[in-house]
Design a protein around this ligand. Structure first.
Ligand SMILES: Cc1ncc(COP(=O)(O)O)c(C=O)c1O
Length: 396
């Protein structure tokens, strides 16, 4: 593990201990959206009726009650799975780790967008693969770029084991993959026999536009077996409970169950029970509607403040996502956002410099903004502080 450095974002979080800092850095959902009361009630009920099983070893694949609730959850999205297609995970990061351990041997390639989710990059880096990236475009992954990479890698004897994408409101860019790109990506997967790992934590957080079919559902209606879905309840329910699930072909999932036996064994039943209660007893659709309204108002507050403080002549641009929890800011090329961050922190605002979202050769003029955690007033204040620190940075 000498060459493995963990998450380069890790020490950034030290900044956030200062209570005066407005953080646009982490990917935290707002506690305002935690169904606290319903959680307490469900917890009391389960501890009363089921404490012995909660305190016991449990099945590795997952609790039958949760797996049934997940099947219903996916049916809303046009996906039909049975138990053999699913494994409960201890959240999205664990789901990514399972996929990565299963598919990657040292030196194999994994294809990713540039930028992409930094947690996925570190999960992959644990297996020492070659990370092959293509610049993301306004309508999602550069599928032709992926095709070229797969071919070039094949020519030098490197196997591309899977393509990793976050098609809906990508972390960090906020970009959503168009239907045309989804189609093209699936075709590429069929053509080159390269599986797709579709990571979907934000799918239900759509604030504008019409939902697009998931890659998993599109594949299921066609050939099937080419997409592995990675899901988490961290954003929709709460991250502290650490529960998610992966779906895929039975042989892939069976292997993941075997790996899970060697890493964490079973996800705690109590945590799974709380998730099952969330899905079946806590009025899921109303909760989703509330989250949409709440986060979309924050997104509007943030982008309006950006428009006020960063006019076109500032050279600062940003994505305007249709959902999710993040947007992506691009500064003129000569601006180093790591240096900007140091100034911003002095002005008591923090973001994540874009360089952590690239497997290699990062550009330095981007940063990611999370708009879900700070209040609307704080978001407006944060943008004022960003503008101040930007002027200090450019006037130096
Ligand atoms: C795209 C993506 N995948 C996976 C995760 C992992 O989520 P968790 O491990 O908290 O469930 C996150 C968290 O921010 C994410 O943004």
């Amino acid at each position: 593990m000498h060459s493995f450095k963990g998450h380069s974002m890790g020490n950034l979080f030290d900044y956030l201990k200062d209570p005066g800092i407005i953080s646009l850095a982490g990917g935290l959902p707002s506690p305002d959206m935690f169904p606290r009361q319903a959680f307490r009630l469900a917890s009391r009920k389960r501890l009363k009726s089921d404490i012995d099983r909660i305190m016991q070893y449990r099945p590795i694949r997952g609790e039958p009650e949760l797996m049934e609730a997940i099947q219903e959850f996916l049916r809303r999205d046009g996906i039909s799975v049975t138990e053999e297609n699913m494994i409960v995970t201890s959240s999205g990061q664990h789901g990514l780790d399972l996929a990565s351990r299963l598919f990657l041997d040292p030196g194999d390639a994994v294809l990713v967008d540039r930028p992409t989710f930094s947690g996925a990059l570190i999960a992959f880096q644990l297996q020492n693969p070659r990370i092959a990236g293509s610049e993301i475009q306004e309508d999602g992954s550069d599928v032709d770029g992926f095709r070229d990479q797969i071919k070039k890698l094949k020519d030098i004897g490197v196997r591309s084991k899977f393509i990793y994408v976050v098609p809906d409101f990508q972390n960090p860019s906020g970009i959503t993959m168009s239907i045309k790109k989804r189609r093209a990506l699936l075709d590429l997967s069929y053509e080159t026999h390269t599986p797709i790992v579709e990571d979907s934590p934000y799918r239900d957080f759509r604030y504008a536009g019409e939902p697009l079919p998931s890659l998993y559902s599109m594949d299921q209606q066609e050939r099937g077996g080419h997409v592995i879905g990675v899901y988490t309840f961290s954003k929709l329910f709460c991250p502290g409970i650490r529960v998610g699930f992966n779906i895929g072909p039975p042989d892939v999932i069976r292997k993941m169950v075997e790996i899970k036996e060697g890493d964490i064994f079973n996800t705690p039943k109590y945590n799974q029970d709380m998730c099952a209660a969330f899905l079946t007893e806590m009025d899921l659709e109303r909760h989703i509607e509330q989250c949409r309204r709440y986060y979309s108002r924050k997104l509007t507050a943030f982008t309006e403040a950006m428009k006020r403080c960063f006019p076109p002549e500032s050279g600062i641009r940003w994505t305007e996502p249709d959902g999710g929890l993040f947007l992506w800011v691009t500064a003129p090329e000569q601006v180093d956002t790591m240096q900007w961050l140091h100034r911003a922190v002095k002005r008591k605002v923090a973001f994540v410099p874009g360089s952590v979202f690239y497997g290699n050769n990062p550009p330095n003029n981007h940063f990611r903004v999370n708009f879900s955690y700070a209040s609307r007033e704080e978001l407006t204040e944060a943008v004022d502080r960003l503008a101040l620190s930007f002027r200090e940075q450019t006037c130096r």
